[in-house]
Design a protein around this ligand. Structure first.
Ligand code: NAD
Ligand code: DAU
Length: 337
């Protein structure tokens, strides 16, 4: 039996990855370390608690003693723990620098001293910055434009330095915009779906021309799994799809699928420094045999259906005072500038 530490495993992608690993790798024991910030939720992993191959530890990746305790005896570490929402990083970058950079440093130091066999850092296509044309390859220069993206880019550089300097067996995945079950409803797709379900306006930033290529969360998990098991140490791997969808059309499609009035689509002041396009060349991970299993129409249908079928999960979050005060603060600032 091998043991894996999944940091940030109570968040969106992390919880899906834990479920994926327990299902596909019966020989693997999973320890989740998660601070349970506003984005962490034990309800995301409550179905995993029934197996003795799963253990949950509440703790912060910035705390070396906690990290050492959780990491001792594990073979692999997969780090999902992060502050992940661009708009929050614009409001206040501090926790992004703390967790996304300093937290990764603590994890790397612990992994180095405990001689972990594989360390995978879950990163993002946002490190390449806004890409007006063409496709990013892994060797491209970084050009992050939000505090979130800059904190992730800085972490990638630090992770790569541990390979070069200490020969640590590190890997990096740079995923695209991921959607699916258990995504906190501040991100565009779950926000639009849950607003539509409640007959509230869908706030499209600017003129709605910014595009994203959406990736289903299970496909993101299978890519991380593939890189973990077959990737070359020291390498980064882009993970994404190439069907570009803009915010205008995304809102219209959701209203259509849920049979809500088209007039619920509302244009609001743009995100500051909004990246208008990301685009990934995924040739390197495709060479490992990975392909996404769902196209845009299928992933949209499946995601909408999950939120329709799990109202209790998202209503509890949307009713929290923290969720409501974040929105108020964001729009107060945005309409002022
Ligand atoms: P999320 O915000 O849903 O989850 C983050 C998790 O990390 C939460 O459970 C939270 O409690 C935990 N966490 C935060 N700070 C912590 C700390 N200091 N110590 C311990 N735990 C802490 O995020 P997500 O969308 O699942 O993203 C996971 C990772 O994937 C992030 O690193 C993000 O940068 C990356 N990523 C996300 C996407 C996407 O579209 N969501 C795409 C590419 C890459
Ligand atoms: O590309 C990978 C990244 O995808 C991850 O690294 C981030 O963690 C994740 O949050 C996501 O970042 P984005 O900024 O692309 O996602 P978000 O859902 O915030 O926005 C997607 C697009 O939708 C973007 O063009 C902004 C727009 N948008 C977003 C929100 C929240 C709106 O038009 N209205 C909204 O209310």
């Amino acid at each position: 039996m091998d043991a894996m530490l999944v940091t940030g495993g109570a968040g969106f992608i992390g919880s899906n990855f834990v479920r994926y690993t327990l299902k596909h790798h019966p020989e693997t024991q999973v320890v989740v370390l998660d601070a349970l910030t506003y984005a962490g939720n034990l309800a995301n992993i409550d179905d995993c608690a029934g197996t003795d191959r799963f253990r949950f530890v509440q703790g912060d990746i910035r705390d070396r003693d906690t990290v050492d305790d959780a990491m001792r005896g594990v073979d692999t570490v997969v780090n999902f723990a992060a502050e992940s929402h661009v708009d929050r990083s614009i409001l206040d970058p501090s926790s992004f620098i703390e967790t996304n950079y300093n937290g990764v440093y603590v994890l790397l130091e612990a992994a180095r001293h405990l001689e972990v066999k594989r360390f995978l850092q879950v990163s993002t296509d946002e490190v390449y910055g806004h890409v007006p044309a063409g496709f990013s390859v892994e060797s491209d220069a970084f050009a992050p434009r939000s505090p979130y993206a800059a904190s992730k880019a800085a972490a990638d550089l630090l992770v790569q330095s541990y390979f070069t300097t200490y020969g640590m067996p590190v890997l990096i995945t740079r995923g695209g915009n991921t959607v699916g079950p258990y995504q906190y409803p501040e991100k565009v797709l779950p926000l639009f779906i849950t607003n539509a379900l409640e007959y509230k306006p869908l706030p499209v930033y600017g003129d709605g021309s910014a595009v994203r290529s959406y990736l289903y969360v299970e496909d993101h998990c299978s890519a991380i799994d593939r890189v973990l098991r077959s990737g070359e140490a020291g390498n980064a791997y882009n993970v994404g799809t190439n069907r570009e969808v803009n915010g205008r059309d995304l809102a219209a499609r959701i209203l259509e699928i849920l049979d809500r009035p088209a007039g619920l689509r509302e244009f609001v002041p743009d995100r500051s420094g909004h990246d208008l396009r990301y685009a990934l060349d995924c040739g390197r991970i495709q060479a490992l045999g990975w392909r996404p299993s769902l196209d845009f129409d299928a992933l949209l249908d499946r995601t909408v259906r999950w939120y329709v079928d799990h109202p209790q999960w998202w209503r509890e979050i949307r009713n929290e005072s923290g969720f409501r005060s974040y929105y108020k603060k964001q729009y107060d600032e945005r309409y002022q500038t």
